[in-house]
Design a binder for this molecule. Sequence first.
Ligand code: AMP
Length: 289
Amino acid sequence: MEILATPTEARAWRHAVRGDVGFVPTMGYLHQGHLALVRRALSENAATAVSIFVNPAQFGPGEDFERYPRDEERDLRLLRECGVDAVYLPTPAVIYPPGYQTYVTVEQVTRMLEGAARPGHFRGVATVVLKLLNTIEPQRAYFGRKDAQQLRVIRRMARDLDLACEIVPCDIVREPDGLAMSSRNVYLTPPEREAAPVIHRALRAAMDQFSAGERDASTLKRAVETIIAGQHLGETEYISLADDDTLEELDGLVQREAVLSIVVRFGATRLLDNIELTPEPARFGQVAD
Ligand code: AMP
């Protein structure tokens, strides 16, 4: 497995590869959610590169950039065991050298939800992802549905800027009790960790109502809210039921593909989760992606 430290090294690796390259950008502290993206990339491409970069530009003042969990040695071991071909490990000074001043702004789809809660977050995300895609030049880049808005922002950027790379969405990987895997789950105290699966239970309850025919957006959101309110450790920051593509909030009836997303705050830790709602039942043989 090659370790690449600079854009020059990453380009040299890429240009030596024969065939398609798959790419998985991460912030490290890898878990099975990341590794599911990696395995999918490995299965669909001749060579796979993973980046590990805790991107300072996507953290706001007072957020967890400094204390974000890091374990490079373990991450490299896991990636080597999976059979990854190359890992790109740039430092902040490599990505943002002195004098750096160019940023990517995706407009409407960054205004709500995480974009509203974390001003500047998606500007940092879009900028680093575009830089990484420009360096690695993959045929396919893999993103988790866990970060629902991030996926849509990247997809929008790829369409708007005519990127050649295919953006491949991958399903959320969960702990056995339903909690969506996240590097930030280590911040939870034992009682918070025990309570956290309530998030998935709440989303599932709304999904069950939806499957049974309920289409009223506020009723569905209320179902989620009621279940979260039934415990005292986690506090709902927002619940959104939005158009699957634009993330514009839906009011009235849900008649097209929608995403139900939620942020619950346990102490200082914000846990994100979401579930996609499709009005028409998927036909047999239809592929999810
Ligand atoms: P991060 O390291 O948190 O920036 O995540 C890197 C990539 O892994 C992003 O595309 C995430 O959406 C994806 N990811 C993180 N957690 C999960 C999960 N539980 N299931 C699927 N994908 C995930």
